[in-house]
Design a protein around this ligand. Structure first.
Ligand code: GDP
Length: 452
């Protein structure tokens, strides 16, 4: 996400760093480059204009000329301004004082509403809530079924008394979506679900009839939050679409979807500023776990290639199985051998965190390694998993017994080359050695001993 913008801005700042003092001409040149970078990233023109004017004004002020390191000060100003257009402070979901909290989703067809419903439900469930989904998108063929599938994957119930449109696309309003939404909220209340997420219909373009329907649903269920979901890839259209929804339905917060797919991401940088509504979440993939709370400061930091370690840690906390982690720590401390079976469990835990590429991208300074990250083969993890799965339990406990012919068999069984099996076993032996050292109370090599 934002890779083009990120590259352009970091290279602009690199040029600036070679200068001790900054002249007005230097600042103007920098501001020009920033303007071009933002426009190429599809950021809306008025937003770009305001952004650059503000950066220029501050960069010319005493704030910079008096600074020990003027270039760094300019980076700080750009960072502040980015945080500003992304909405400033981060805001979390408004939960109703008396449950259920009603969340309504609105947006164009294909924006990612149904997927988001599942992501939000899974996330809330993980925090101890008891969400229910309501299928009030009766318009798009199979939208109801899709929500049911998503609900099943998230492990939450779905209220869908009406099968919805099972035929072709139509201009007629299908069924009674307002009634379904109202019943859904009543059902949630009766069954004591503390959060209701209502999925609504969208169109390919802004459409009066559907806008009216969304407004009617809003009226009928008085939601605590109306989340406007927008595809970050729609570029310059983001602003007009957002404004249409703001006028037609009004919303309390924005969700950016498909941030994974967009190298430009201008929608992200325009919508909060233009609508005055905060961005609450970012959706970063098709899997239900590919979802995160949106923090303007962390996003600015990612754009400026300063990393987002906080989000990385949060993701680890959310997906890591604490019990497994504890078992592993106890094992290492007791000096017991770390086996391939343990290794497999660790790999699976890593995989649950999501894509390696995404995780690497959140580390500071990774912009320079973008090519290496892009070339990282996610299938490597699957290959290792397949190799270990092709071994017998005995071999996993004690890989030393794996001789040449077994290596060839394992390679065949897992669809890799024998050299891949050899390489894995070699790497594993190294890891095991290191674990043994840690277990002996020596801690990590070269690090103070860890308490056992
Ligand atoms: P809706 O019409 O607004 O309900 O949109 P859907 O939830 O059906 O999403 C439309 C398509 O976008 C589906 O193929 C989803 O799998 C995909 N999608 C949704 N969110 C994301 C995301 O964050 N990243 C990517 N890459 N795809 C997404």
């Amino acid at each position: 996400m934002f890779s083009t913008l990120s590259d352009r801005l970091t290279s602009t700042f690199k040029n600036l760093r070679t200068k001790g003092r900054l002249s007005e001409a230097d600042i103007d040149a920098t501001v020009r480059e920033i303007r071009r970078a933002l426009l190429d990233a599809d950021v809306a023109v008025p937003v770009v204009r305001e952004f650059t004017a503000s950066v220029r004004e501050r960069a010319l002020s005493a704030e910079v000329s008096g600074a020990l390191n003027p270039a760094q000060q300019v980076v700080k100003i750009v960072n502040d301004e980015l945080v500003g257009i992304l909405g400033g402070e981060s805001r979390s979901l408004n939960l109703a004082k008396t449950p259920p909290t009603v969340i309504m989703l609105a947006g164009l067809q294909g924006a990612g509403k149904t997927t988001l419903a599942g992501k939000l439900a899974l996330d809330l469930k993980g925090r101890g809530h008891t969400p229910i989904l309501v299928a009030a998108d009766l318009q798009r063929p199979n939208a109801v079924t899709q929500l049911q599938v998503v609900g099943e994957r998230a492990g939450v119930p779905v209220h869908a008394p009406h099968p919805g449109n099972q035929g072709a696309e139509t201009d007629e309003v299908v069924g009674d979506p307002v009634g379904v939404a109202r019943d859904g909220v009543a059902t949630a209340r009766a069954r004591e679900h503390d959060v209701v997420i209502v999925d609504t219909a969208g169109r390919l373009g802004v459409d009066e009839l559907l806008m009216q329907q969304a407004a009617d649903i809003r009226e009928a269920i008085s939601p605590d939050e109306v989340l406007f979901v927008i595809d970050a890839m729609i570029g310059q259209d983001a602003v007009t679409t957002a404004q249409a929804f703001l006028e037609g339905v009004d919303f309390t917060g924005v969700v950016l979807s498909k941030l994974d797919g967009d190298a430009r991401g201008g929608a992200a940088l325009s919508v909060a500023k233009v609508t005055g509504r905060p961005i609450l979440f970012a959706s970063t993939g098709e899997k239900l776990t590919e979802f995160e709370a949106f923090h303007p400061d962390r996003m600015a930091s990612r754009i400026l290639d300063m990393g987002d370690v906080l989000t990385l840690i949060e993701q680890a906390e959310r997906t890591f199985d604490a019990q497994e982690a504890e078992k592993m720590a106890a094992k290492v401390a007791s000096g017991e051998d770390f086996t391939l079976a343990d290794f497999l469990v660790q790999m699976q835990q890593m995989k649950k965190m999501g894509s390696m590429k995404k995780m690497l991208g959140m580390l500071p300074g990774m912009g320079q390694m973008r090519d290496a990250i892009e070339n990282f083969d996610e299938r490597e993890v699957d290959r290792i998993e397949a190799i270990i799965n092709s071994m017998t339990p005995g071999e996993r406990e004690n890989p030393r017994v794996i001789n040449g012919s077994r290596r060839a068999r394992i390679a065949k069984g897992s669809g890799v080359r024998t050299s891949d099996v050899n390489q894995l076993l070699e790497r594993f032996t190294q890891a095991q050695k290191m674990m043994r050292q840690m277990g002996k109370g020596g801690g990590m090599p070269g690090m103070p001993g860890m308490p056992a």
